[in-house]
Write a protein that binds this ligand. Structure first.
Ligand code: GN1
Ligand code: MG
Length: 367
């Protein structure tokens, strides 16, 4: 429940954005680990409702760059949809409200950054994935990458080196050295395991340096709950665009399966129940390859199986780094949560490794 003071403050923020109607209710919305999100409803049914977000400025250092990326991306997608005469266009791309200076974000007196978008009517998010929604997600994220494959402007990285495994390993090593939370002695086994795979997992960075692997615009946070669906289970649009930036194309493929193909949630401690869901993997792969075939290269397809293993490992490294640093990045509900998350990801990585041959064959079949 939002305290009345908070409500007053939030209400004043919403008033800075050009919008229609009289605001009625403001309440917390969604389940992201990074930003704070609110649903803003208006009194009349004929005026739109909105989504208000406080952007996490600790995580995203350059909000002007970030919102610029989002403006470019949403305008580009809108243009593509217009050209394709897509029906129901307003439900297929996000639209952000502007403030008086023309920007799509508001910087308040307390150094907080806000943005507000139209709520897409009759849209739903799922936290659980089924083979049907997994196929839809594959098509949706693939189509998203496809539509962005010809953005003329080179966009900046909203979190520099976000999916750079070399950097993530370096950050872990630094956290071990500092041992800020005095927890290094608990995680010796995990550290040994990660370091044994470190070189293999940095393959993409090497290929990039050799000029063999390009960076393209990707979503970089491909969870099923970052897609809006209509009432019939078909995707409407991709949301949560903070991390849209140049990255390796397989990021979106690998990161989706990291959460969706795990039989348990990423913070579950039921390690024995962790398995790789082949039904989700097969459906997603079919949908994704269908959408990206017009532009993806042979090498990029070849790297998809590597990406399936890479992302749980990278996420493990990130959770473990945060655990060793004293839980400064990810929201936690109890002290060992980041360690549980890291162990979960490691277990999932092992499960994937066991299936590597089959994974490769299946991808080859559909590409
Ligand atoms: C963060 O807040 P959320 O769930 O959208 C993170 C992702 C991680 C994820 C782990 C900007 O995403 O990269 O994979 O948590 N986003 C950022 O659950 O760090
Ligand atoms: Mg999210």
């Amino acid at each position: 429940m939002i305290q009345s003071m908070d409500r007053e403050k939030l209400l004043n923020i919403t008033k800075c954005f050009h919008h229609e109607g009289t605001i009625n209710e403001i309440r917390p919305f969604g389940s992201g680990l990074i930003n704070d999100t609110y649903l803003v409803t208006t009194i009349d049914s004929f005026t739109p409702d909105y989504v208000l977000q406080r952007i996490n400025h600790q995580v995203f250092r350059n909000i002007d760059l970030l919102q610029h990326n989002i403006d470019i991306v949403t305008n580009h997608i809108r243009q593509k949809l217009i050209e394709a005469k897509a029906p129901d266009l307003e439900r297929k791309v996000l639209q952000f409200m502007s403030v008086d200076n023309g920007k799509s974000y508001y910087h308040d007196d307390n150094d907080q950054y806000w943005r507000m978008s139209l709520l897409i009517p009759h849209s739903y998010t799922y936290n659980e994935v089924t083979p049907a929604s997994s196929y839809e997600a594959g098509v949706a994220f693939g189509q998203f990458e496809n539509m962005l494959s010809d953005v003329p402007e080179r966009l900046g990285e909203t979190i520099p080196n976000f999916h750079n495994m070399e950097l993530r390993i370096a950050q872990l090593s630094e956290a071990v050295k500092l041992d800020a939370a005095k927890r290094v002695n608990e995680v010796g086994e995990e550290l040994d395991f990660i370091m044994a795979y470190a070189e293999d997992m940095c393959l993409a960075e090497n290929l990039f340096r050799e000029g063999k692997l390009p960076k393209r615009l990707c979503h970089c946070d491909t969870k099923v709950n970052n897609i809006l669906f209509d009432g019939g289970g078909h995707f409407l649009c991709v949301i949560d665009l903070d991390t849209v930036m140049p990255s390796f194309i397989f990021s979106d493929y690998g990161d989706f399966l990291r959460t969706a193909a795990n039989t348990v949630a990423e913070d579950s401690s039921e390690f024995d129940n962790i398995h790789f869901r082949t039904d989700i993997f097969e459906a997603f792969t079919k949908g994704y390859l269908y959408s990206v075939k017009s532009f993806i290269t042979e090498l990029e397809v070849e790297l998809l199986s590597y990406a399936i293993a890479l992302f749980p490992m990278m996420q493990c490294v990130r959770f473990l780094t945060d655990y060793l640093s004293g839980d400064v990045y990810y929201k936690t509900q109890y002290p060992s949560q980041n360690l549980v998350r890291a162990r979960n990801q490691l277990k999932f990585f092992n499960r994937i490794k066991e299936q590597e041959g089959y994974i490769r064959e299946y991808i080859a079949l559909w590409s």
